[in-house]
Design a binder for this molecule. Structure first.
Ligand code: PAF
Length: 325
């Protein structure tokens, strides 16, 4: 009798050698994971350098699915700047260990050639107007690259239907990357992907900083300065909950006043379309729901954060509303 392969491989060598074969061995008919009578599969795409935010993704996937696959792939297509790509932290062994603890059954950490066997793809996903604004305005091409690899990973890890019917397929993304989440949802809907896209709430440290793989690059003073982002969002959230007009410009000025912070944007948007709400929320009592999004450079590190805003008495919703002025 042969010993079954460990579901999660635990060393760099094993992963490098065995990731795609492991994925394929579990496959029936090519590249599709197929476990007889498998009712559900959760996919957690990551670029590694994992932290408690990723733990929350894996835990959510493990709670809702019979099998959980996590991917670790630092995708060059979504980095405009080679220096940024090279600087991106690689912590594979620790990542695999963390995923194992969180109930992930299989880690897929392919080398570049397995994802892009012919080099950068000739045909790829365009993120359209939704990908050009906010983060996309500062990082041209970023979302095209991110969506292209997400599309590929969704295909590579997709479960096959079983005799019991189609396997439920869910993919998990953090709400911290709100624009990425909105775009992945849009891609899945526009291109008929057979996966449910699940957004998982932001995980924050005790002092409010949203967890990010980039936080490790902040020194002590910068980390303290980074708290201006979450505190700006909290201020807007309190104003929204009290049905006050949102003091977006004043809050932005406070952020910008910090010597270590270079504000890129602070916007209040519709949480699905990411369209700005216009000026009305600033001059009339806030009602309904919206999303406040912020991005800033803190020292050398670009950080993003966001928070849902909810009016105390849910009346007309600005996110559907058309009022301006
Ligand atoms: O959010 C990320 O870590 C990446 O953009 C993703 C979704 C894994 C695609 O490379």
């Amino acid at each position: 009798m042969t010993t079954p392969e460990p579901a999660v491989v635990t060393t760099r060598d094993q992963l490098a050698a065995r990731s795609l074969p492991l994925l394929q061995r579990a496959a029936a008919g090519g590249r599709r994971l197929s476990v007889p009578s498998l009712p559900s599969l959760g996919l957690v795409p990551t670029m590694g350098a994992l932290h408690e935010g990723h733990e929350a993704l894996a835990a959510a996937a493990a709670a809702e699915n019979d099998v959980v696959v996590a991917t670790i792939f630092v995708n060059p297509l979504q980095f405009g700047d080679t220096a940024d790509l090279e600087r991106y932290p690689r912590t594979l062994d620790a990542d695999v260990e963390l995923l194992g603890r969180c109930g992930v059954d299989l880690v897929f950490a392919p080398p570049y050639e397995e994802v892009y066997p012919q080099g950068p793809p000739l045909v790829s996903i365009s993120s359209g107007a939704l990908g050009d604004k906010l983060e996309g305005a500062s990082r041209p091409g970023h979302f095209d690259g991110a969506l292209t690899v997400v599309a590929k990973l969704l295909h590579l890890c997709a479960p096959a239907s079983t005799v019991h019917g189609p396997t439920a397929y869910r993919a998990y993304f953090g709400q911290k990357d709100a624009q990425q989440l909105a775009l992945v949802r849009r891609m899945a809907a526009d291109l008929n992907f057979d996966a449910t896209i699940v957004g998982v709430p932001i995980v924050r440290s005790d002092d409010g900083l949203a967890l990010s793989s980039r936080n490790r690059f902040l020194d002590t003073a910068e980390r303290q300065a980074a708290l201006t982002l979450s505190s700006a969002l909290h201020t807007l959230s309190r104003q929204a909950a009290a049905n006050e007009p949102l003091q977006v410009d004043e809050v932005a000025d406070l952020v910008q006043a910090h010597p270590l912070v270079e504000l890129d944007y602070l916007e209040v948007v519709n949480s699905h379309t990411l369209e700005p709400l216009g000026v009305n929320c600033r001059h009339t009592p806030f009602t309904g729901h919206a999303l406040a999004m912020i991005a800033a450079k803190v020292g050398p590190v670009r950080l993003i954060d966001n928070m849902e805003l909810s009016g105390g008495h849910d009346g007309a919703t600005w996110e559907h509303g058309g009022a301006t002025g």
